[in-house]
Design a protein around this ligand. Structure first.
Ligand code: COA
Length: 198
């Protein structure tokens, strides 16, 4: 039986812009290609670990075809159009653990979208029985690491060579889709960084 699509939500970004957090659809493939063409080389490199000028049609089809159980993706769109400004996704890697990845259009970065997408993915992943999210991030990617460190999901971060391996515990219910406010730095739990040798 096909799974019902997860709910679409309207959220307000830090700059006051209202946007929709909506489940991705197969017909988003051309919009994903268009979205990707607007990304800077640095943003594609941080997302895919290699600069990727174009997203192929085959890859776009693959990224937009999800089952919302083992594979899930939400996109950020304007209120009136289905245009794409950001994507957050998870891929199940075992029954209880899934790997997350995010990409936000350059001019939309720093407005709270990454945090909103993480919280939306957590909210959905919990309903599918996942209790752990993981991520692999380049060590230089301080924006992504800051987002994870300041999240309420008890992140454990292990550095190994050029990559940071992140594990988050999502078993304990936390906030639903985040209020698009910055989390106060003074209250944010900052976990100890571990090296691979520990
Ligand atoms: C990493 C990324 C997903 C974060 O998304 P975002 O919407 O910019 O993140 P947020 O606005 O929720 O910010 C999260 C934290 O990142 C930092 N940050 C993000 N963008 C920033 C910017 N342009 N300037 C300064 N700080 C920034 C801030 O420290 C912020 O913490 P705060 O909430 O305490 O201020 C986004 O920058 C991106 O797409 N980067 C390129 C692709 C990538 O790195 N993907 C990750 C691979 S898994």
């Amino acid at each position: 039986m096909p799974t019902a699509l997860p709910a679409e939500k309207v959220v307000t970004l830090r700059d006051g812009t209202p946007v929709r957090v909506r489940p991705i659809r197969p017909d988003d493939a051309p919009r994903l290609i268009e979205f990707h063409s607007r990304l800077s080389m640095n943003t594609t490199r941080l997302r895919f670990f290699t600069p990727m000028k174009r997203l192929s049609a085959a890859f776009a089809d693959q990224l937009s075809a999800v089952d919302f159980k083992k594979r899930c993706a939400f996109v950020i769109s304007s209120l009136d159009f289905d245009d794409i400004h950001a994507v957050g996704r998870y891929e199940g890697e075992s029954r209880h653990s899934a790997e997350v990845a995010f990409v936000v259009e350059d001019s939309f970065q720093g407005k709270g979208i990454g945090t909103i997408l993480l919280d939306r993915l957590v909210e959905h992943a919990r309903t599918k029985g996942f209790d752990r999210l993981t991520a692999v991030v380049l060590c230089e990617n301080l924006n992504m690491l800051t987002l994870f460190r300041e999240s309420p999901y008890s992140p454990e971060i292990t550095m190994q060579s050029e990559c940071a391996f992140v594990k988050m515990n999502i078993a304990v219910p936390g906030p639903a889709v985040a209020a698009p406010k910055r989390r106060p730095r003074s209250l944010a739990p900052v976990p100890r960084l571990r090296t691979a040798e520990e």
